[in-house]
Write a protein that binds this ligand. Structure first.
Ligand code: ADP
Length: 386
């Protein structure tokens, strides 16, 4: 069975064609809408990359162009979409129906940059591949298991009840993949895991026996850890002050906290951890940015350990988590009280997926290459029943 995985972002569309049973990648394509003219690329293992410029910038035309190419490799049996927001309606992936499409559309208010492109792709695929089943895998679904205490903000009841204001959590496809992979690496399912997904966006989740019990992102992907350009949690009083006393409006506040904060905002150097780390020895602002970044991850690990009542495995994943031995070492310093002891040379030398805990460490420390695409392939297979 061939499953096409579709990840529609605000500026790019990534498509990956899988031999689903073997979880083998056959080809992957990228459409970059921000390039002028829009650009399309297609890679197949062992073959030269195909590149084309798109004369038309519309989703449907570009998608049918890339689908024509992909169909020459193999007929597509099903399409699985990453959809960022499933609200509180979806606690698992769902087969696309008119009702599911309507829900994704209604939830666009909560994910204005992400749900609309996903919906555009779903419709384009319906036209380009009539009769081929499609599945939506939601980034929020893995966190649907949070208890009322973990998901509810202590705000007026009507906000929670009438406006849907609550913690949803994000990066669920990655946290879910890592939870399964970590349990397999540790060799049992009854494990308490803390998973640190550290990419441009960053979040930590707490998982007990495969079930998510807490997560650092909230109503939006702005809460929690410090990120590339996002502030993460700040005192809400700061926002009131900036709105009331400094005359900022909602759009300006949005830009400041989502795009001008985090590593970029504090360091003034970059949102890219590699560049901030490179600048840190000579630049006190870059050094402070890294210090805050590490401090907040450690704080959050402590909070998650308290939620779980202990920890059997700490997982590092995504760009920073998979690649930066320095950040991992600083995060793990003096965590012996949680049973987490790093093997410093394993941390520097081993490539993911790897256990980098000292042999005597009570809990494991794992570096896992995240595979959101495989979560989508698996969910799609499960729902289509192939
Ligand atoms: P996204 O959230 O967009 O999927 P990634 O998971 O690819 O992002 O993570 C991007 C981040 O990973 C960037 O901040 C980048 O600097 C960081 N990164 C990648 N490689 C390294 C490395 N070797 N050392 C430190 N940071 C790295």
């Amino acid at each position: 069975m061939k499953v096409l995985v579709c990840n529609a972002g605000s500026s790019t569309l990534k498509l990956s064609l899988f031999e689903a049973e073997e979880e083998r990648l056959l080809a992957d394509g990228l459409i970059d809408w921000t390039a002028k003219p829009a650009r399309l690329g297609l890679r197949r293992p062992g073959q030269a990359e195909l590149r084309a410029e798109l004369t038309v910038g519309q989703h449907a035309d570009a998608i049918s162009r890339i689908l024509d190419e992909l169909q020459t490799i193999a007929p597509i049996h099903a399409v699985g979409h990453r959809v960022v927001h499933g609200g509180d309606r979806y606690s698992a992936a769902a087969r696309i129906t008119p009702e599911v499409k309507r829900a994704i559309d209604e939830l666009a208010e909560l994910a204005p940059l992400h749900n609309p492109p996903s919906l555009g792709c779903i419709t384009a695929f319906e036209n380009a591949l009539p009769g081929v089943p499609q599945v939506a895998a939601f980034d929020t679904a893995f966190h649907a298991t949070l208890s009322a205490a973990a998901r509810t903000y202590p705000v007026p009841r009507s906000w929670t009840r009438d406006l849907g204001i609550r913690r949803y959590g994000f990066h669920g496809l990655s946290h879910s993949y890592c939870a399964g992979r970590a349990a397999a690496m540790i060799g049992r399912t009854n494990v308490r895991l803390i998973i640190a997904h550290l990419g441009n966006g960053a979040s930590v989740s707490a998982v007990r026996e495969g079930v998510c019990v807490d997560t650092s992102m909230g109503f939006t992907p702005l809460e929690g850890l410090m990120m590339g350009t996002r502030s993460g949690s700040v005192d809400p009083g700061v926002l009131i002050y900036m709105l009331r006393e400094k005359g900022l409006d909602g759009d300006r506040l949005d830009r400041a906290l989502n795009h001008e904060s985090g590593l970029l905002g504090v360091s003034g150097v970059s949102s890219d951890m590699r560049q901030v780390l490179a600048a840190a020895p000579d630049n006190p602002d870059a050094r402070l940015a890294v210090d805050i970044y590490v401090h907040r991850i450690r704080q959050t690990i402590g909070a998650m350990a308290a939620t779980l009542g202990g920890v059997d495995g700490l997982v590092f994943t995504a760009g920073v988590g998979e690649n930066s031995a320095e950040i991992r070492e600083r995060v793990c310093a003096n965590l012996d009280f949680l049973g987490l002891a790093l093997d410093r040379s394993a941390n520097r030398e081993r490539r993911p997926d790897a256990d980098i805990a000292a042999p005597a460490s009570k809990a494991r420390i794992l570096v896992i290459a995240t595979r959101e695409d495989l979560t989508i392939v698996r969910e799609t297979r499960k729902l289509i029943g192939l």
